[in-house]
Design a protein around this ligand. Sequence first.
Ligand code: GLY
Length: 327
Amino acid sequence: MTDSSTFEPVVVIHGGAWAIPDKLSSASVDGVCSAARTGYDVLRRGGTAVDAVEASVRSMEDCPAFDAGTGSVLNTKGEVEMDSVIMDGRRLQCGSVACVQNIKNPVSLARAVMEKTDHTLLVGKGANEFAEEIGIQTVPTDSLVTDDAREEWLQFMKFKTTVNVLFRSRAEQTALPSTVCDTVGHDTVGAVALDKFGNTAAATSTGGITAKRPGRVGDSPIVGAGAYADNESGAVSTTGHGESITKVCLAREVTHLMETGLAAQVASETALQKMAARVQGSGGVVTVSKDGGIGKHFTTERMAWAWIKEGKLHYGLECGENFVINL
Ligand code: GLY
């Protein structure tokens, strides 16, 4: 809806679903709460859902605790290659970038693809050339790489595995040397929103998975996998094992289930159950339905999440947690 009808604004955030270690838990929770406040401020001032999800995701791209923008993990060559998507539920407009380098906020480049080109996805060199053309500043790779990301890369290269293992349970990880799981990486950030006009939007951004093959593109920039938004159903951002998420088009699966009448939470749980059953993949989603229903669910050990509606901030990390703060 794009008229002046008033909906209660909602923003829902995730900071990645994986086996988040204790040493990163408070930074992850603080980061998602701050991103929720940033997006909600935009909505409260009358901004659109697209403005809100972009602002929320930018705040997490700037936070080194997350695998997106600053804090992105490294591929086997020790390079940063980032993926991002944004989608506007009004007319299904979307923009994505994949394998981009030296960009501080890939989500804003994805938005520029959506708004300033005739295309939906730009990759690698072409995406970076487009950034230069429209004046999006490039930054040195070193400014995006944290000590943790470098240390984790060294561990994963040494033991010749990828961060895939972190989507498994702690029990399954015990076969690995403890240093691998103690220095661990991260996974993906995302936001969904409903604005006061009834418009939905979703955005997702990631550095991918540690020790990925150069050129590997995960689920995050793929419309329908990493995110989806449609005012006729709702908006979804996903996180988790990218190859699994892509196979089941996880975000579109959730919106499809909402179209059949399922509530946002039930649709989120059902889609993740399907991904586990069909491709043995784990991950998480955040969802808002067209009428402001909220969904968040994960099948990994932990996922930092936060949402704001009616002036209340809800957040958590572990299954079953729901802390509430009155704003
Ligand atoms: N979910 C992020 C990735 O696999 O790249």
